[in-house]
Structures are given as structure tokens and as C-alpha cells.
Design a protein around this ligand. Structure first.
Ligand SMILES: *Cc1c(COP(=O)(O)O)cnc(C)c1O
Ligand SMILES: [Zn+2]
Length: 418
């Protein structure tokens, strides 16, 4: 059993019975993205602090009462979630705080937060008796789906745009996906996948369309809250593409607030890249979302037409947070800074949230005394070409100590002497 109360359309507000097998609102069509409402009174009867203390499941299934899948297939999955939350002392010192935390979701099985959604898609497909799952993706949703599906013996057909980085394509092929690289941008890719899914009747893992996937993504917020003993930070920062992740972050905190386990919902800071910032522009200029260019190295958030506009916008509005955009150069700087100061190697889209943090501190959007959690959504090894842009080169020496001593004297000074 699950604790779903009903579905509700984010556009027209119509509620639908929980037993209907819906993807989107029958009235509004594809843009009528559904939200899933829960029966919090019932959840409250099972979930409390003791429930978590006695729960030894160290992956997203520890949050099963907040999810929309049955227990049946949950012991057949990869182990997704329960990623570390670090106190970022070194980075924090630089920005004058001892309350900066980093949630490293690059440590998921396929190295991105997307695993939290893919695992739900795979379990749902199993429940429905379907054999093939499909999605379009800027890269991570694809490789994540392929990996999670491989573990569960499901087939995948995956559509990615031309620019998807090699690391992610490699993952796809290794996991055995049918990979369709589409000559075009993400918009074109999404549209082809949609047509194919309609045509073949595959299970749809497009995160915006499928309302169950945001519920998977919300586990990142449930974990952050639990890891901070249900006193989450004043701010939570996350990068935004389609809007599903940020929507999930809000939903996770909302759930905990509704069952009385946290006293308030953190302010959410959504980060986009200057080269592709439809949410930021709409939020700051108070207009509806408009199609944007997809012109940034942060490929995972290069989404010109966000597919989850209402959830993406509501997360920021309802949490009383804000949207910010950052430049590609600042993203590369942040990547280096995060890796060298905290030992966390993030891909550009993930480092964008660190860059956003730095900007928000400079502009005093985040105040000195406010505590912060930055979510790192994906691992840096997925996109080595971008990482190469942040480093000069490396030295190559003969195996000769004298040469080494010369080199160290000239280049590294005293910094390695204890
Ligand atoms: C997908 C993704 C995001 C953004 O998630 P959306 O749901 O598209 O907003 C951010 N960072 C990384 C690494 C991603 O893969
Ligand atoms: Zn509707």
C-alpha cells in the first residue's frame, strides 16, 4: 500500500482519484503536470523520529511511506541515496561561516541525483508489467535510467542530444541501453522521445511528465533533514534545468513539515547558467517562462524549454527563496574551488550551485549568520572535457630526484614542506 491521497493538476487544479493510472491531466494534456498529494494524517501514524532511529535501510527505501511505489520490488534495485552530508569547513571558512553543508549526490550508483528518480521509474515499470523504459535526457537521467534498469532486468531506449558528454554516453553503452543520439538540441530530443514513447507504448521516464519521479527526487530533502536531525539549514541550494529536482527538494521538506517533523521549510535558492536561464528570467522579470537558448557548459541544466515549469517556480516562491544565474567561468572556478577545498569533484551543472552560493554571499542574499546546504547533483568525471578547462596542464619528469627537487623549488615553493 502507499499513502497517496490523490493526484492534482498543477495547471487547472483538478483532483483525480489515486487509483487512476494517469501520467498527465486528461483535461490539460501534456502540459498538465500532476502533483501527488499524500494522506499526511495516515503517514503520521507510522513515521516519527523513532521510526527513523530503528530503520536500518541506508538507501531511499527508508522513506517508503513518503513514496508512491509498493514494497514488492524494492529489494531488487541498486542502492540509491543515503549519500553523505558534509560540514564544509574549508569552503565555509572562506565565506565566513561554520554552517555550510554539502550533500554529495554524485556518490549515487550512476553518479548523479537522477538515480533517485530512475529507481522509481524502474520499480513502477515492474509494477505495471512493462519491459521497456524510455526517456530523453541531457545525459544524467539517461545514464541513470540505463544503470538502474540493467540491475532490474529491464530494457531501455534512450534519446540524448548531440552535445551529451562522452562519459555519459559511455555509461549508457556499458549499461546496455539502446542509445539514440539525436542530431539537434534537447528540445528536439525530447520531442522525438515523446513521439516514440506514444508509438511503442514504452514506460515514460521523462521526469517532468511522470509525477512519480519528483517524489523520488524529494528523498534528497528527506535525507538532508534527517542528517541534520530534522533541523534543516536556512537555505538549500540546487541547480535547475527542467525544474523537477528543485520541485522535489521543496516537496521533501513540505512532506516533513506537514507531518510535523520539521518546524519550517528552508528557503530554496535555484541556480541556472547565464547561457540558459528561463526560470531566472521569468522569476526576476515577473513574466511567464519563455523559451531560452541552450548555451552553457553546464549541459545537465541546459534546458531551453523547462518541462516542469509550475513545480520549478512554486518551489522557489513557496519556500520564499529566489533564483540566481551564474556565468560559465564562475562555474568552472567553483568546480576547482570545491574539489580542491572539500575533495568533491562536481560536474559543471552541479558546481553551478556552489557558484550560486558564492554569488549569493557576495550580494548578501544569504546573510552571514544563515546556514546553508549545497546539493551537488552530479560527479565531475562524467564530463572530463569541461574539467580540463579548469586546469593548466601537468608536468612530466624523468624518474630523477634531482629534477624533481628543481621542479618543486621553482613551481611549488614551500607549500608541501611540513
Ligand atoms: C538533471 C540535473 C539537474 C537539474 O535537474 P532538473 O530536474 O532538470 O531541474 C541538475 N544537475 C544535474 C547534475 C543534473 O543531472
Ligand atoms: Zn489540468
Amino acid at each position: 500500500m502507499t499513502y497517496i491521497k490523490q493526484y492534482r493538476c498543477t495547471l487547472c487544479g483538478q483532483a483525480y482519484h489515486k487509483d487512476l493510472d494517469l501520467m498527465t491531466c486528461p483535461t490539460c494534456g501534456e502540459s498538465g503536470i500532476l502533483d501527488i498529494e499524500f494522506d499526511y494524517d495516515e503517514i503520521k501514524k507510522v513515521v516519527n523520529k523513532e521510526y527513523f532511529q530503528n530503520n536500518r535501510q541506508q538507501n531511499i527505501w527508508r522513506y517508503l511511506p513518503f513514496l508512491t511505489v509498493e514494497k514488492t520490488y524494492t529489494n531488487e534495485t541498486l542502492s540509491v541515496g543515503w549519500t553523505p552530508l558534509y560540514l564544509a569547513k574549508n569552503l565555509g571558512k572562506k565565506y565566513k561561516t561554520n554552517q555550510l553543508y554539502i550533500k554529495d549526490d554524485g556518490l549515487n550508483p550512476t553518479q548523479s541525483l537522477k538515480d533517485r528518480a530512475s529507481i522509481i521509474a524502474c520499480v513502477k515499470a515492474k509494477e505495471l508489467g512493462l519491459e521497456t523504459i524510455s526517456c530523453s535526457s541531457t545525459g544524467n537521467a539517461a545514464s541513470s535510467l540505463a544503470g538502474n534498469a540493467a540491475k532490474m532486468g529491464l530494457k531501455t531506449v534512450i534519446f540524448v542530444p548531440e552535445r551529451a558528454p562522452l562519459g555519459k554516453l559511455l555509461q549508457l553503452k556499458m549499461y546496455g541501453a539502446t542509445l539514440i543520439k539525436v542530431k539537434g538540441d534537447y528540445k528536439a530530443t525530447f520531442n522525438l522521445s515523446k513521439a516514440a514513447i506514444d508509438h511503442y507504448g514504452w514506460y515514460n521516464r521523462n521526469a517532468a511528465i511522470n509525477p512519480h519521479l519528483v517524489e523520488g527526487k524529494k528523498t534528497v530533502a528527506l535525507e538532508i533533514a534527517e542528517q541534520l536531525e530534522f533541523k534543516p539549514t536556512d537555505w538549500v541550494i540546487v541547480s535547475v534545468g527542467d525544474g523537477c529536482t528543485v520541485g522535489g527538494v521543496y516537496k521533501g521538506f513540505y512532506d516533513l513539515y506537514k507531518v510535523g517533523m520539521i518546524a519550517r521549510i528552508p528557503k530554496i535558492l535555484g541556480i541556472q547558467s547565464e547561457g540558459c536561464s528561463p526560470f531566472v528570467d521569468a522569476f526576476c522579470d515577473h513574466h511567464a517562462l519563455e523559451e531560452a537558448e541552450e548555451n552553457t557548459i553546464a549541459d545537465s541544466i541546459a534546458v531551453g524549454i523547462p518541462r516542469n515549469p509550475v513545480k520549478g517556480m512554486n518551489a522557489i516562491r513557496k519556500s520564499k527563496g529566489t533564483y540566481l544565474k551564474v556565468s560559465d567561468n564562475s562555474i568552472l572556478d567553483a568546480m576547482k574551488e570545491l574539489a580542491s577545498s572539500e575533495g568533491i569533484f562536481a560536474e559543471p551543472a552541479a558546481a553551478a550551485s556552489v557558484s550560486g552560493y558564492i554569488k549569493a554571499r557576495k550580494e548578501n542574499i544569504i546573510k552571514d549568520k544563515e546556514s546553508v546546504t549545497i546539493i551537488i547533483t552530479g560527479n565531475g568525471l562524467k564530463d572530463q572535457a569541461s574539467a580540463m578547462k579548469t586546469i593548466k596542464d601537468w608536468v612530466e619528469l624523468k624518474p630523477d630526484l634531482k629534477q624533481l627537487i628543481e621542479y618543486m623549488k621553482e613551481n611549488e615553493g614551500d607549500k608541501h614542506h611540513e
